[in-house]
Ligand binder design. Structure first.
Ligand code: PBG
Length: 334
């Protein structure tokens, strides 16, 4: 036996030396901070009291009158940015409440930016505003084997109007999530033509057609009335396509590149980090939140631990910022 405790002295490389209590934090490669996190907030024009979202424990739909109070709760935990989703008073064929000056997101944005220092990002999409629940105008003529689908180019104009109305209400950043071709370019020129050239675009650049969005569709009342979103969101099987999608968004002027969902797509987060110099965002989506809660309720996992580990992994994969329903729970413990 030698000094290393091995019979022949061969064990000289011992990674465990750097895992002691005093040294672990000095060699830690990834730091998670409340300032990396963005908290989603659902503002609901159809209610005057908070309505718990059953599949997302701890999250409510809040009336416009409570938007500021809700955001203040989030800020107390150290989180400084929110992303707003709206449930409009009424839905129609085109989703016209999405760009209404007195729409639910516009009104909440106005109040939050006037009364707090919060950085307000708005989700720009039509699915919560159309009665059919798709992310744009329907095209009954399209040749998709008899299916109705979303008319891309007609939708672009409406997305431009929506983004502009958010910016006019005071939104600090807009985040288009509809996966229409050309949406970043259309929104960029709509913003630039109304003097909102300073408002950045965080593009849902690689957004997959994922079953992990289930709870969100309850939360935001945005489930498609028929069919699914596979004609516009990305096929979960594809990696090279993500690179192509992200490249197009960069060419069209995206400022921040988002990958969504996060945990099942960490390879894509890492790839976007490697290939592009832009900030990378990852959306830790509703299903990723709901499943950890469900396992915790059963006593199978420790929620606080798995939530923290999830967010740390997303950062380690290369995300600069994380949109997550865990923001408020994790931030105070960092
Ligand atoms: C709107 C939108 C969705 C999500 C964010 N923006 C739903 C969808 O595309 O079906 C999902 C967020 C989540 O699951 O947490 N297009």
């Amino acid at each position: 036996m030698d000094g290393d405790g091995t019979a022949d002295g061969s064990l000289t490389k011992r990674p465990r030396r750097l895992r002691g209590d005093g040294i672990r934090s000095l060699v830690s490669e990834t730091q998670l901070s409340p300032q990396d996190l963005v908290a989603p907030v659902f503002v609901d024009a159809t209610t005057d009291e908070r309505k718990p979202i059953e599949s997302m424990p701890g999250h409510d739909r809040v009336p416009v009158d409570e938007a500021v109070a809700r955001v203040e709760e989030i800020r107390e935990t150290g989180v400084e940015a929110v992303i707003l989703f709206g449930i409009p008073e009424r839905k129609d064929e085109l989703g016209s409440q999405a760009w209404a000056e007195d729409g639910v997101v516009q009104e909440a944005t106005r109040r939050i930016t006037e009364e707090t220092n919060t950085y307000v990002i708005t989700d720009v999409c039509l699915c919560e505003y159309t009665e059919h629940g798709h992310c744009g105008v329907l095209d009954s003529e399209a040749d998709t084997g008899g299916h109705l689908t979303v008319a891309n180019d007609e939708t672009l104009e409406l997305l431009g109007k929506t983004a502009r109305s958010h910016a006019e209400a005071g939104a600090d950043m807009v985040a288009p999530s509809g996966m229409m071709d050309g949406m970043v370019g259309a929104i960029r020129s709509a913003l630039d033509s109304s003097g909102d050239e300073h408002v950045p675009i965080m593009s849902y650049a690689a957004k997959y057609e994922s079953a992990f969005y289930g709870p969100f569709r309850d939360a935001a009342d945005g489930a498609p009335a028929f069919g699914d979103r596979r004609h516009y969101q990305m096929d979960p099987a594809n990696t090279r396509e993500a690179n192509r999608e992200v490249t197009l968004d960069v060419e069209e002027g995206a400022d921040i590149l988002m990958v969504k969902p996060a945990l099942p797509y960490l390879d894509i987060v890492a790839e976007v980090r490697r290939e592009f110099p832009h900030p990378v965002a990852a959306y830790n989506v509703s299903g990723e939140y709901a499943m950890l809660h469900a396992a915790d309720e059963k006593g199978w996992l420790d929620l606080a631990e798995v939530a923290h580990e999830s967010l740390l992994s997303i950062k380690r994969a290369g995300a600069d910022l994380i949109i997550t329903y865990f923001a408020e729970d994790v931030a105070p413990r960092l």
